[in-house]
Unconditional design. Structure first.
Length: 425
């Protein structure tokens, strides 16, 4: 057990000794009553890096000065702009550069990946997913099943969390695959479950799925930029994610996709688009689609430059900080928050997220004791004091101390605010 103390001076001393402390100054912190508020909502929308405004303005200036020539001139020509985020994105998700692409949004990318990797047959047309999946995933899965002429009532196998706080064990996943493997075409699970904050072992799940002949993909919306990932080594067929949470790329930001290198030149069915055509022959305007090898071959349209600029800025911060250092701080910071909750707030709330750091990222899901009305009252009390987390029905407050910009003192102040509310009765 790490050594923690409940004193504010101790928390401030840890912050002063933090080698990543300077990164906080590179973000805009939403103010409250004339000073920085406490922002614990990077799991929902990351904060704006200060350099984003200049990066977007630069592209606007190029547009104004160069017009269409901006595709070929300027510091970062638009024709290849999506490639300028590729290497840093690959580092964050543990992939080869040609296995990742920044494009579209999560829901769109999930559908595009399922066109290629959900290939149902009469005998094998089921999808294995977690019960209570985020609606984006469930809507995509059920609509794809119906599109292929099957009924989600029997073709969508949903795994209920069987552990005490609603988390899902590897044993349950293994049992489901053993029981239903002959009819499962695709396994689609999250990297981190959005409600409980539980992190999953991608490599272990992939090995199980492939052993049973299933394709496997992951929704990494709550994992990318939060946990060290090793997508290439995991062996997963594909993964998708959004970039507006821990990647700080802005509301509705460009998402991303991973396609394993073994599929780089595979003749897979896909929804083709001009920008996915081989870049060396794209402008010959030929009638036949020749996909660019790798994840770029799943692109449909040209990249949105103004939307990619914030992602490029944020990924530069990740490159400078390094995922190992961010993860080390995240484990300690979230551990401190958990310790404060258990030591000071046990009669107010309980931690739903697994205690093992290997099974969680930055997020702690805190179930407020006493039911929904009491939980909402506490949540609104915190918001009124500039402490921003988020609410999940019926009684959970999600708090995510993000290592790029949160501090030990933030966790301490959160705990004191909850304690003061509880003491008021």
């Amino acid at each position: 057990m790490p050594h923690f103390e409940a004193a504010l001076d101790w928390a401030r001393a840890r912050d002063a000794a933090d080698p990543l402390r300077g990164f906080r100054d590179e973000f805009l912190i939403p103010p409250h009553e004339g000073r920085d508020g406490l922002y614990f909502c990077g799991n929902s929308l990351g904060l704006q890096p200060r350099a984003v405004r200049a990066a977007v303005q630069a592209e606007l200036d190029y547009w104004g000065e160069l017009g269409v020539e901006g595709h070929f001139k300027g510091r970062l020509p638009w024709m290849d702009y999506h490639e300028f985020v590729r290497d840093d994105l690959a580092r964050v998700v543990g992939a080869q550069p040609d296995e990742v692409v920044a494009m579209n949004t999560l829901g769109v990318n999930l559908h595009l990946m399922m066109v290629s990797f959900y290939r149902p047959t009469r005998e094998r047309h089921a999808i294995l997913a977690e019960a209570g999946a985020f609606p984006t995933d469930r809507h995509a899965l059920t609509s794809q099943i119906r599109f292929h002429g099957y009924d989600p009532a029997n073709a969508l196998i949903e795994l209920e969390g069987e552990e005490p706080n609603g988390t899902l064990s590897m044993a349950a996943i293994e049992r489901a695959l053993a029981e239903h493997s002959e009819r499962i075409a695709l396994v689609l699970l999250p990297g981190v479950q959005y409600r409980t904050g539980q992190a999953f072992d991608l490599a272990a799940i992939t090995a199980l799925a492939r052993r049973h002949g299933c394709a496997v993909g992951f929704d990494l919306a709550h994992a990318v930029g939060n946990l060290p990932l090793a997508l290439h080594d995991s062996g997963a067929d594909f993964a998708v994610w959004c970039s507006y949470k821990y990647l700080n790329a802005g509301p509705g930001a460009v998402g991303g996709a991973f396609v394993h290198a073994r599929h780089a030149r595979a003749d897979l069915p896909r929804f083709a688009g001009w920008w996915g055509h081989d870049k060396h022959t794209r402008f010959r305007m030929g009638p036949e689609f020749v996909p660019t090898p790798g994840a770029d071959g799943w692109q449909i349209s040209n990249p949105p430059i103004l939307a990619l600029a914030p992602l490029r800025v944020s990924l530069e911060l990740f490159r400078r900080a390094g995922m190992p250092a961010l993860r080390e701080k995240s484990v300690a910071l979230t551990g401190y928050l958990e310790w404060l909750v258990q030591r000071r707030l046990d009669e107010v709330m309980e931690v739903v997220t697994p205690a093992d750091p290997a099974q969680r990222g930055a997020q702690l899901s805190l179930r407020v004791r006493g039911g929904r009305a009491r939980g909402r009252a506490l949540f609104e009390h915190l918001v009124a004091r500039g402490i921003i987390g988020d609410w999940r029905e019926p009684d959970v407050i999600r708090i995510s101390p993000t290592p790029l910009y949160n501090r030990y003192a933030d966790c301490h102040t959160f705990a004191e605010a909850v304690r003061a509310w509880a003491d008021q009765g």
